[in-house]
Design a protein around this ligand. Structure first.
Ligand SMILES: [Mg+2]
Length: 209
């Protein structure tokens, strides 16, 4: 995979990137966020940085975590890699644009995890039910190991049930589901994230960590 050269790939289908120079004491909770449909408007297998637009209200959520000393980790499934729709080079450009847009709003991400595995792929990335692909918790657990996180107190924000399920399997207690409904999934309490009132609820949860 020539396009893999120079990128922070822990293995062919797994991007793990540490950003910035902020350090965190062990035992902190984290704010986990899905990317497409959660941070940026989901354009469906995005591969064009110029097309990226942030969702309203998400930058202040990340900024609140920054201000509380809570590490922020993006955990994103990118099956477009396995499917051959785009390569890690396009992922790098799109993701860099998303991070730049956040930075313009004073919101900063500390780690990025991206899983390129999918059963519909080809070659080394054609792996069904990979432990790093949500709803499996691998990316969250790896973040927990690398940052010494208190996962039970960590929060996840996503736009799909698989995001919430990954949080549940990682042992998190709370999640927010974009345009979703409140629910309890095992030990995970899911709150909706539909409007400004819901966003304020999430901000309050972050500030009380
Ligand atoms: Mg999503």
């Amino acid at each position: 995979m020539a396009e893999s050269a120079g990128f922070p790939l822990a293995e062919p289908g797994l991007w793990i990137e540490r950003l910035g120079d902020r350090t965190f004491p062990a035992g902190r909770p984290a704010l986990f966020l899905d990317r497409d449909g959660t941070i940026n408007v989901d354009t469906g297998y995005p591969d064009d940085p110029a097309a990226m637009v942030l969702r309203d209200g998400i930058a202040p959520v990340i900024e609140a975590a920054n201000q509380r000393g809570i590490p922020v980790a993006v955990v994103t499934n990118q099956s477009g890699i396995a499917r051959g729709y785009f390569g890690w080079d396009a992922f790098a450009r799109v993701n860099g644009r998303v991070l730049d847009l956040l930075g313009e709003q004073n919101a900063f991400v500390d780690m990025v995890f991206a899983c390129g595995y999918h059963e519909a792929g080809a070659g080394a990335l054609a792996i069904a039910d990979h432990p790093m692909r949500k709803p499996n918790p691998g990316m969250l657990l790896e973040a927990g190991r690398r940052l010494g996180l208190d996962l039970e107190r960590s929060l996840i924000v996503g736009d799909k049930p698989a995001d919430m399920e990954a949080g549940r399997r990682a042992g998190l207690a709370r999640g927010w589901l974009v345009d979703g409904e409140g629910a309890t999934i095992g030990g995970l309490s899911v709150s909706p994230l539909r409007d400004a009132v819901d966003a304020e609820d999430l901000l309050t949860a972050i500030r009380s960590l």
